[in-house]
Design a protein around this ligand. Sequence first.
Ligand SMILES: Nc1ncnc2c1ncn2[C@@H]1O[C@H](COP(=O)(O)OP(=O)(O)OP(=O)(O)O)[C@@H](O)[C@H]1O
Ligand SMILES: [Mg+2]
Length: 384
Amino acid sequence: MSPKRGDRSASQAAAEAPGPRPARDILRPPAEVLYADELRRLAADDREARPRGWALSPRAVRDFILGDEARGLQPKFVGPAAVVERVIVGLLGSRGLMLVGEPGTAKSMLSELLAAAISGDSTLVIQGSAGITDEQVRYSWNYALLLARGPSPEALVPSALYRGMRDGKLVRFEELTRCSQEVQDILVSILSEKLLQVAELGAPGSLFAARGFNVIATANTRDRGVNEMSAALKRRFNFETIRPIADLAAETALVLRESEKILAAAGLPPPRDGALVEALVTIFQELRAGRTREGATFERPSTVMSTAEAIALFCSACQANHSFGRGEVSPGDVVGHLRGTAIKDAEEDATRVHDYFRTVVKARAETSELWAAFYEARERIAAG
Ligand SMILES: Nc1ncnc2c1ncn2[C@@H]1O[C@H](COP(=O)(O)OP(=O)(O)OP(=O)(O)O)[C@@H](O)[C@H]1O
Ligand SMILES: [Mg+2]
């Protein structure tokens, strides 16, 4: 067919055609691209036995995830080594892995790192939602080919799950509990039989999972409950609860590290005031737990005060100050941004956060200039 008048030029179309894009132009490269160099080195130095279908030994997977600065491995997931070791060993067995926890505790991040290290591919992802269908989870058809030739392997459009089974890779199922029971039930047979049948193709349509295949699911405890999963499906997973970071120094270092990356990507200078970030993380940890570091308890706000939110809050404050020429971020700026994080839907949360400032922050303000500046800014929480 000759192009019609007004059609875009062939070169224009070629320039816009989807295709491999240089890694530097990708907004968020997957972990196996971002850490390609670390993975290559780990594989080259790996002297331990690799489970069949795995790209690395369990020990190398652990080192990749936790990081080891002496060996040039960036710290990634911050959490107990025992949790990381348990999830790795769990994936060697016949059960899937279910990561549960509060929002923003790095469940998705951990599942991405596991898939990148074990399968060299973290992109086989099914995003769970109420509207997800059987076809999106198992396989669908190219209807033009299906009508022309009938059911054939060429007309089959494999899902992420299908490809993981076929190629022996980990498949990530995000927010599994948001899916209907029918969709969840597909996993019951797949995790027990390790077999996916394409009824339309008859016997040749039986896909037996290759070694290396397994499922890592995540579920958010604030969403529709894990309790609504059927007992049959629960039995097919090892559950691991991912808890918020409890250690102040570790969480502060993480917020500084991640903020630096985000700010650098936006062309902004790195955060300079470590003490300010430590105070911010202290506020988050205390509001999250409803307990001060001195041990006093108070009523905590109902919203999630995750590490991810602390990073987002700090970066927004830096970005706002930079955009409007206000210089370094001050405690007042942080308090101003706290409103949007700590008080999302429940107005009584505003009172709780305010009470926290009137008691806990006030007491610290007597001996610390930094905390005094936080206290001075307390009215910005109530301000709309
Ligand atoms: N323990 C942690 N180690 C490293 N990074 C963390 C940790 N906790 C939170 N983060 C930061 O929070 C970000 C968000 O994490 P992620 O999206 O994986 O959370 P999630 O638990 O899947 O949340 P949700 O339940 O909302 O999907 C991470 O990319 C990371 O920057
Ligand atoms: Mg997630």
